[in-house]
Design a protein around this ligand. Structure first.
Ligand SMILES: Cc1cc2nc3c(=O)[nH]c(=O)nc-3n(C[C@H](O)[C@H](O)[C@H](O)COP(=O)(O)OP(=O)(O)OC[C@H]3O[C@@H](n4cnc5c(N)ncnc54)[C@H](O)[C@@H]3O)c2cc1C
Length: 485
């Protein structure tokens, strides 16, 4: 993603961009679910979406279903896109909350086109139909991250990026200014550079290995430190949503691609052994496995300085938050957007670096808090793991958000944080945090109009979902996966 973004922005006749990676060192090999802003990244590169889906085994994603999180037996969807349609001056959930508190509706999912479509495996791109919910369809993708990397590598190489398949053996630091001067490769080659982007994954070879920037550990909030993954054959047509099912320790993802399903179980070694975790995963998948289960260790937290001297860490080298809300690839995208905005000259102005570091920290912290919300808002007491989560201390900002929602039904999006009020509502309400009151302006619509309006919106959503093609039909027509021979 970094090489592709750079290739798109910098003229190859003026800048030399080298993508150094080793075919002998595999990438993390997971990362299959995304969130809607990825479409902006692809659009920025000028990538044709159908071609991208065909090349990456892609499917569409309308949201995430959370099973067994609030309580065992519960399920709710965090949908992409709005609830309801335009109705009065407030965001729709405020009206629905009033309706709910009056005992007139049980489920906000009845008012979500994304949920209705996801559950009936429907998909289409937004239609040019003014005032129709079909004009507002919001989606992301599931894909094979390895194939996406390959696709972007081809993009970068075709625009002048030089790819070097070699192993970084040593990082050389300038003794005077402390900047990275060059890399010694296993082949004996030597690469100099002005700016180094550390994309070496959890190893963080440059930002940590050489520059020793340190890591801030967030595992007091997010206990999981491991995942075991396995792919299975499809047993049904792929559903256009991710499923995240909570277990007595941690949770399991199910990500349907066109030709297979990605499965993984995220857990904490302090609460369950790797062997037992493998068994939990194998006991809870459908379909024949395609590979052997593979364990991946991770550390939750952020590099103390994601940018230090002339090195910017992007991706897993910069920090990690478990993939509950599919945010890691997004954090790469947002890092690149910020890096281009704060692109340095050779003087590496400290003000730019500090600003970038502050913004990335804020971005990571906002995502962290949103992920914590899922764990904190549980009524589960069936294991030490869930008892810890339910009773743990959480960041003050999140405490405040939850308390305000509980007493007033009000939410707000701070400093353009990634997850807007609709997402916050979906998760807080979905996990059983029921507000005691609603926005007073919801009373501005008279009762008769209000009930009529709510019924009409539900009806429009149902009919819109019925009118959509199935994802299977849509993919067949536009973007069927063509595996390379
Ligand atoms: C369990 C798990 C599940 C995830 N699920 C999701 C998800 O659903 N959605 C999402 O958005 N993200 C997800 N992620 C994150 C996502 O996988 C990563 O953000 C993404 O793959 C980018 O990884 P990376 O390129 O930073 O690191 P890696 O994939 O580890 O790549 C590191 C690269 O560095 C190279 N390298 C390393 N050492 C050397 C060396 N010495 N010399 C030369 N090259 C070297 C390797 O060859 C490799 O190409 C998940 C991560 C984990 C751990």
């Amino acid at each position: 993603m970094s090489a592709a973004a750079f290739a798109n922005v910098f003229d190859p006749s003026q800048y030399s961009i080298k993508l150094i990676e080793s075919s002998a060192i595999s990438s993390v090999g997971v990362g299959e679910a995304t969130i809607p802003p990825i479409r902006q990244f692809n659009r920025m590169l000028g990538i044709d979406e159908d071609e991208f889906i065909r090349n990456t085994n892609g499917t569409f994603k309308l949201g995430i279903e959370f099973v067994n999180w609030g309580k065992i037996g519960d399920a709710y969807m965090h949908p992409f896109g709005a609830y309801g349609t335009k109705f009065g001056s407030l965001t729709f959930y405020n009206y629905w909350l009033k309706y709910y508190l009056q005992g007139k509706s049980q489920s906000i999912s009845d008012y979500s086109l994304s949920v209705q479509a996801a559950k009936s495996k429907k998909f289409m791109r937004p239609a040019k139909l003014p005032n129709s919910p079909l004009a507002e369809i919001t989606y992301a993708f599931h894909f094979d991250a390895g194939l996406y990397a390959q696709f972007l590598r081809n993009f970068a190489e075709s625009r002048g990026v030089q790819r070097i398949d070699d192993i970084v053996d040593q990082v050389n630091i300038d003794p005077i200014n402390g900047q990275i001067r060059s890399l010694d490769m296993k082949s004996g080659e030597h690469h100099k550079g002005d700016l180094f982007i550390d994309c070496t994954g959890f190893k963080a070879l440059l930002i940590q290995g050489a520059l020793k920037t340190g890591f801030e550990d967030w595992s007091n909030y997010l206990l999981c430190d491991s995942a075991v993954t396995v792919a299975t054959k499809n047993t049904e047509t792929p559903a256009p949503y991710t499923r995240a099912t909570a277990h007595p320790v941690g949770w399991q993802w199910r990500i349907p691609l066109q030709s297979r399903v990605g499965n993984g179980y995220v857990y904490s070694q302090s609460f369950i052994s790797d062997d037992d975790a493998k068994q939990v995963l194998l006991d809870n998948i459908q379909g024949e496995t395609i590979n052997d289960p593979r364990v991946i260790r991770f550390k939750t937290g952020i590099r103390k300085k994601v940018w230090h001297k002339n090195c910017i860490s992007i991706g897993l080298s910069s920090g990690f938050l478990e993939p509950l809300e599919s945010t890691s690839i997004h954090l790469i995208q947002t890092a690149l957007a910020k890096l281009l905005a704060f692109f340095p000259t050779q003087s590496f102005d400290e003000e730019l670096i500090d600003q970038y570091n502050a913004l990335m920290r804020e971005e990571f912290e906002n995502v962290r808090d949103f992920v914590i919300l899922h764990y904190k808002l549980t009524e589960r007491e069936d294991s030490d793991f869930w008892r810890y989560c339910k009773n743990m201390d959480i960041p003050v900002k999140l405490q405040h958000k939850m308390a305000m929602f509980k007493s007033t039904g009000r939410l707000h999006r701070e400093n353009n944080e990634l997850f807007d009020v609709i997402s916050q509502f979906a998760v807080m309400f979905g996990q059983g945090l029921i507000p005691e009151s609603y926005h007073p302006l919801a009373d501005d619509v008279n009762d008769l109009e209000f009930d009529k309006g709510m019924n009409a919106i539900k009806e429009v959503i149902t009919r819109s979902a019925e009118a959509m093609p199935t994802q299977e039909e849509f993919i067949k027509k536009h973007c069927e996966f063509k595996p390379s021979p």
